[in-house]
Design a protein around this ligand. Structure first.
Ligand code: NDP
Length: 507
């Protein structure tokens, strides 16, 4: 990618070839797109759930039939293997299907009990579209990741303006074009292209919410810019996911999952495995298994290569810094190491004996590397896994204690006896805590994220006790106090026995 004043060249990271030329949209172009989206939003909201379901279903058909074509664009712009590109597209399509079939159930009007005090009222809540949602996405999963916001925002009745990463503008343009084929007369999904400035212009535009996926550092800038108009934000930021291996775990399965979780997509996965904490009793066996697997895969452009290049050239320096720092502090590379880091490709690297305060443990590496640390028990594993500022995903391998350990891990999502599975379950919320961000995409929470709750009460008959009138009498106030005491008075009595913590909440 180059910054040639008014154009953006998208490059193939494996070869450096130019694969597309795109506009650098300025603030005026972004504002115009948002204005068009505003018009489309009115039409889209008016279609209702059934109409929207139909349109999204047609789009799903287009995406599925042209999956290979879109996978080509992803492959060219990110360098990832074609099959991996197809995998992320397939999962995005599955999410889109879920959105179509669940939006009404999750967001539609439902009755709520008014309670005894307001028994004369009928109460209901529904979740209405915000209007225009801005989506800013990263390059590592240029379809699956932004679609987590785009599909759910559309499903909730909003129009979307999407700013893809400068490294994957072609994917963004392809996505908007494909929906335009289904809805040619309404600017339901538009893509604006450019660099960080274009993203900042989208944050400043008259949008109703901004869904950001990218690094924690950029997330802070996005929040600050959105604050100028009090535009709410959803932040899906980086991670430093840990995988725990208990003494009773299936060690072979754990090593297989750790290898895939750490190395697939050349490690450029927000929910990639970057740290492993292994029970002392199975540590050596785990490292042997992992070593065997890590040595069997490589990055390159040949037909056997399971890993592509590093999509963002500057990321290679980050990986080198983390590996160098780990080795300088007494860590050992049992696979890969300094020599594994080339100009465009990084080979799988497994680091052991790395101190917990080194860069490879505390910061997001975003490359095909991982650290493996021996722990005396799972309490220590949980403590170390929870020590960082990130809290996106995590994984636990354990026969008996999977659910218990999962609950104790401070992360938005945990897979037990597998990795990354939670991202592919459309009904589950996806998002993190701490430096990994806030808000959720996917699932019912992901739909509600792009709406506002609308509460309505309707008086069905005159109240016996009218509380909201200046005509209230002292007798009525006494009646109210008596009623309230009857309803809630007993709650003030102290429990006979002291409260005890739930067993699974201890520690
Ligand atoms: P960046 O933070 O560098 O960029 C993300 C997006 O923000 C890009 O489209 C970028 O545009 C845009 N941007 C840059 N500066 C600004 C600005 N000042 N205002 C508004 N927008 C701006 O992240 P990467 O693209 O490098 O993606 C990798 C990161 O994304 C990793 O940290 C990874 O963990 C995280 N990620 C998180 C996921 C999650 O769901 N939690 C999923 C996938 C990735 P441009 O590229 O043109 O500079």
């Amino acid at each position: 990618m180059t910054d040639a004043t008014d154009k953006l060249e998208s490059l193939n990271p494996a070869t450096g070839d130019v694969v597309g030329v795109h506009a650098v949209d300025d603030a005026a172009a972004v504002d115009a797109a948002v204005a068009r989206a505003r018009e489309a939003a009115g039409w889209w909201a008016g279609l209702g759930f059934d109409g929207r379901k139909q349109v999204l279903g047609q789009w799903r058909g287009v995406l599925t039939r042209r999956m290979a074509q879109l996978a080509d664009v992803v492959h060219q712009e990110t360098g990832k293997p074609h099959a991996d590109a197809q995998l992320e597209i397939g999962l995005a399509i599955d999410h889109l299907a879920w959105v179509g079939s669940h939006a009404e159930k999750v967001l539609g009007r439902r009755r709520v009990s008014p309670g005894l005090l307001l028994a004369n009222q009928a109460a209901s809540v529904e979740y209405l579209p915000l209007g225009v949602v801005g989506v800013i996405g990263p390059w590592n999963y240029p379809v699956f990741t932004p679609m987590g916001s785009i599909a759910y925002a559309l499903g909730a009745g909003n129009a979307v303006v999407f700013k893809p990463s400068e490294l994957t503008p072609g994917v963004g343009v392809w996505l908007a074009d494909s929906l335009r084929e289904v809805v040619p007369d309404h600017a339901l999904l538009q893509t604006v292209t450019g660099f960080g400035e274009t993203g900042a212009a989208l944050c400043r535009a008259a949008i109703d919410k901004l869904a950001f996926t990218g690094s924690t550092a950029t997330a802070k800038k996005v929040m600050a810019t959105c604050a100028e108009r009090l535009t709410p934000v959803l932040i899906e930021a980086g991670g430093k996911d840990a995988l725990l291996v208990d003494e009773d775990a299936d060690v072979t399965a754990a090593a297989d999952a750790a290898a895939w979780g750490a190395f697939s997509n050349a490690g450029q996965t927000c929910i990639g495995v970057e740290r492993v904490y292994v029970h002392d009793r199975v540590h050596d066996r785990f490292v042997d298994e992992l070593t065997r697997r890590a040595r069997s895969i490589h990055a390159g452009v040949d037909a056997d290569a399971k890993l592509g290049p590093m999509t963002m050239p500057s990321q290679v320096d980050v990986v080198r810094r983390h590996v160098d720092d780990a080795l300088a502090r007494g860590g050992r590379a049992v696979v890969g190491g300094e020599d594994a880091i080339g100009e465009r490709f990084v080979q799988p690297t497994v680091l052991v004996d790395v101190p917990e305060d080194s860069l490879a443990v505390t910061q997001e590496t975003f490359g095909p590397t991982l650290t493996v640390t021996r722990v005396r028990d799972m309490d220590e594993a949980v403590e170390l896994a929870n020590a960082g500022r990130y809290g996106l995903g995590s994984a636990v391998f354990s026969d008996k204690r999977g659910a218990e350990l999962a609950r104790r891990l401070r992360s938005g999502m945990t897979a037990v006896n597998s990795v990354i599975a939670f991202a592919a379950v459309p009904g589950l919320p996806f998002g993190g805590v701490g430096d990994s961000g806030f808000g959720r995409i996917h699932g019912p929470d992901g739909l509600r994220e792009f709406t506002y709750a609308k509460a309505v009460t309707r008086q069905r008959f005159k109240p016996v006790l009218n509380l909201t009138t200046f005509d209230r009498t002292p007798e009525q106030d006494t009646m109210f106090a008596t009623l309230l005491t009857a309803l809630h008075g007993r709650a003030t009595q102290l429990p006979k026995r002291p409260l005890r913590m739930r067993r699974d909440a201890r520690r």
